[in-house]
Design a protein around this ligand. Structure first.
Ligand SMILES: [Zn+2]
Length: 424
């Protein structure tokens, strides 16, 4: 079991929360989108160029540290000789519980996070019915390949106002730290993409499989996709329970003991509870129903999804919506707005771009059209650039810059149009 001691840091989410357009949730399977084969890291030939451009821009501006890849696909985590996974410059969470500054690793005192990994799967329908009966919201860290192969269960989840959808990679690699930057982008990106395409919601949170993440992986998730990493403060080991009966490790009774111990240990230290649980099988869901849920009442804890932790109302559930019942903002794709900031800051253009604080929890970016807009007409007509977006954020800042180069303004519009063309 693993126990964390740090309270939740404020998430440095970059979240589209305004330029809000009321639109229905889309449950349309988009024609023309070819999904990668399930349960394998998607091939680089399928990775959309805008994702690679975003990665390259983040690397070029020093946002992605150059940490060697871990070496083991199976077996214990191992980096090349001379690389210490616990060193703060590497900061591998599964190895040393080293936390990044924006990671969510635990719950505040008096609260318990309701969260499940690896769905949609065999246990999902029963879990959704139980949560619905109890009017309880939960975060689901979903595997893209499982969404592809269990779309009915996914849509049951996505249509409910209760269920918070989050990213758990496309194929659930054993060690994402063993993958190249490009493959990490594919693993995280294709899971985000299928959630976006089938629900209209852009995830704002992710959990690395097995908690395997170092500063390179954190940075790719954060700077390319705007995702906040979520780990855990107690481990149920319920993933070892098989469908129907049996286990590859702990028995159902031992899993229940693990959960009891996590609640007892964390609350006795004055902490909240964030236990790792799964919706893989009926037995893992039963562990939640019969062990975790009664403990929530017994310990008198407020049960919340991951986004709701902390002060009410918590953080936006998605990059383009505050929650499942709020309006969804216009969103061209899954990339973090930080990418467009990077591109915009790489040159100057004949436009004024302003980022100013409006409240303690939001920032506004507005881009006024250049007076020489006619020179961009061919590009702009292909896909008009948004003129105003609002980005949710946890800190205040102000940035104002005047641009004079027509060429770089056109480059920004080209980038936006490429994204729009690909994703729409
Ligand atoms: Zn998992």
């Amino acid at each position: 079991m693993r126990f964390q001691s740090t309270l939740i840091p404020l998430a440095a989410c970059c979240t589209l929360a305004a330029a809000v357009v009321a639109q229905p949730v889309r449950f349309v399977k988009r024609a023309g989108v070819t999904w990668p084969a399930p349960f394998a890291t998607p091939p680089r030939s399928m990775t959309p160029q805008p994702w690679i451009d975003a990665l390259n821009a983040a690397v070029a501006t020093g946002k992605i540290p150059s940490i060697p890849r871990s070496q083991n696909v199976n077996g214990p985590l191992k980096y090349p000789d001379g690389v210490n996974p616990a060193d703060p410059s590497v900061c591998n969470w599964s190895y040393s519980q080293c936390e990044g500054p924006n990671d969510i690793t635990s719950a505040p005192q008096g609260q318990v996070a309701i969260n499940f990994d690896d769905g949609p799967s065999q246990g999902t329908n029963e879990l959704l019915n139980f949560l619905q009966t109890n009017s309880q919201s939960a975060t689901h860290f979903l595997i893209g390949s499982n969404i592809l192969t269990n779309q009915d269960a996914f849509q049951q989840m996505a249509k409910s106002p209760l269920h918070h959808l989050a990213d758990h990679t496309w194929s659930h690699p054993s060690f994402i730290t063993a993958l190249s930057n490009e493959d990490v982008v594919a693993e995280i990106g294709w899971c985000m993409e299928i959630i976006f395409q089938l629900s209209g919601k852009v995830p704002a949170f992710w959990r690395p499989p097995q908690g395997d993440a170092d500063n390179r992986i954190r940075a790719i998730a954060e700077h390319v996709f705007g995702l906040t990493l979520v780990s855990w403060s107690g481990d149920s080991n319920d993933w070892e329970l098989r469908e129907g009966s049996g286990s590859v490790g702990d028995s159902p009774a031992q899993v229940c003991t693990n959960i009891h111990q996590a609640f007892g240990s964390l609350t006795s230290q004055g902490k909240g509870v964030l236990v790792l649980e799964h919706e893989l099988t009926d037995q893992s869901v039963h562990a939640f129903e019969w062990c975790t849920w009664p403990l929530v009442q017994q310990f008198n804890l407020q049960a919340r999804n991951i986004a709701q932790l902390g002060d009410t109302p918590g953080k936006p559930w998605y990059a383009n919506a505050l929650n499942n019942t709020a309006p969804v903002s216009a969103q061209q794709g899954i990339l973090s707005m930080q990418r467009q900031e990077i591109i915009a800051s790489a040159g100057s253009g004949n436009q004024t771009r302003t980022m100013s604080s409006t409240t303690a929890s939001s920032l506004t970016i507005s881009t006024s059209a250049a007076s020489s807009a006619s020179s961009h007409k061919a590009v702009a007509s292909a896909a008009p650039a948004p003129t105003s977006v609002q980005i949710g954020h946890t800190s205040t800042a102000a940035l104002s810059a005047s641009r004079s180069s027509c060429a770089s303004a056109a480059a920004l519009l080209v980038t936006l149009s490429v994204s729009a063309a690909f994703f729409l």
